[in-house]
Write a protein that binds this ligand. Structure first.
Ligand code: COI
Length: 326
């Protein structure tokens, strides 16, 4: 079997070599995205693997099928960059990755702590020998009520960690989990919005969840709420978030993701004119922490993402059950 992996970073290469040997397959790698140009290069490839930057439109699906590719894996948990309905209707089988949730969960809790302890302005000051304390009075996570929206694997891992801090935990999910019931209280979305000091998002991006955090939902929140997002930027309406910061209805925002981050995040754009006005404006606030979509980025996860990306393709190709097939 031969597969081609796109969006490959150097830190993935050792794992790719290891799993190519373990599964006895040939792997070609490219740092490029899979797009209308690179899809033309495919020749004699049985399966293709991508990360989150390749946008799998109906045109790309058609081009893959035309090139004889019937299997696609995304080495990500999220799959909003793939037109899954079209892929299915065209007979392109797709799987995602089920890397462990702890890396993202730990990062999420770190974002909460950074926001609560005002670490962004503290770090600015430290860098210019300003060791003053005024304006940096923090809050303790253990005294907070944290609302977790989405209690899948990552939401559950966040809840588990938060349990150690002693916070009160509220949860919202249309499909409640018995494991979570032992650690958190399921409530309606409106109750969670109105009762939480910190709200963290762990839902996939779908048409239903797009702009879940908007002017209306923000108006239901407690004044001074902290909003944390390590899921997808489009879950928040950035204009509404910005107004919330300006009016001080929102006390802090800490986000690892941003709407329209594609083409910006995971690249050095140090000498470029970046055309994302919303990001540039929000970035300047002392109580807004933005990180470069790196919550997933740990040694354990990168290895697991490569393993899932390869093993999923091999399972589908060899007619075995692929537990990550979408
Ligand atoms: C995911 O796995 O869904 C991520 O957000 C990781 C990133 C490489 C796109």
């Amino acid at each position: 079997m031969k597969i081609k992996m796109y969006e490959v970073r150097n830190d993935e290469l050792d794992s790719i070599k290891k799993y190519a040997q373990a599964y006895n397959i040939e792997v070609e790698t490219s740092q490029n995205n899979l797009d209308s140009h690179t899809v033309q290069e495919l020749n004699g490839v049985d399966g293709v693997s991508i990360l989150g930057r390749s946008n799998i439109t109906p045109e790309i699906v058609d081009a893959l099928k035309q090139a004889g590719v019937h299997f696609l894996s995304t080495r990500t948990v999220g799959f909003n960059h793939i037109d899954l309905n079209y892929a299915k209707s065209a007979g392109l089988r797709v799987c995602n990755a089920n890397y462990p949730p702890n890396g993202v969960a730990e990062f999420t809790v770190m974002l909460m702590l950074l926001a609560l302890r005002k670490y962004k302005p503290a770090m600015w000051r430290q860098g210019v020998n300003d060791y003053s304390l005024n304006g940096l009075l923090g809050k303790e996570l253990g005294t907070m009520t944290v609302g977790v929206i989405g209690t899948g694997k990552i939401g559950q891992a966040v809840i588990k960690i938060l349990g150690g801090f002693g916070c009160k935990i509220l949860a919202y999910d249309p499909y409640p989990s018995d494991t979570v019931k032992a650690m958190a209280e399921y409530v309606s979305l409106d109750t969670l919005l109105g009762s939480s000091d910190i709200i963290t998002l762990h839902v996939p991006l779908t048409e239903e969840s797009r702009a879940l955090i908007n002017a209306d939902s923000i108006s239901k929140m407690k004044k001074g709420v902290v909003i944390v997002n390590a899921s997808r930027g489009e879950l928040t309406d950035i204009e509404a978030l910005t107004s919330g910061i300006e009016t001080e209805q929102i006390g802090a925002v800490a986000m690892d993701v941003f709407a329209n981050e594609n083409g910006i995040y995971h690249q050095s754009r140090i000498n470029d004119i970046i055309k994302n006005r919303q990001m540039a404006y929000l970035r300047q606030f002392p109580n807004v922490v933005l990180t470069q979509h790196m919550a997933f980025y740990t040694d354990i996860n990168t290895d697991s993402m490569v393993r899932c990306g390869i093993s999923g393709l091999v399972d589908m190709y060899e007619g075995r059950n692929c537990e990550c097939e979408l």
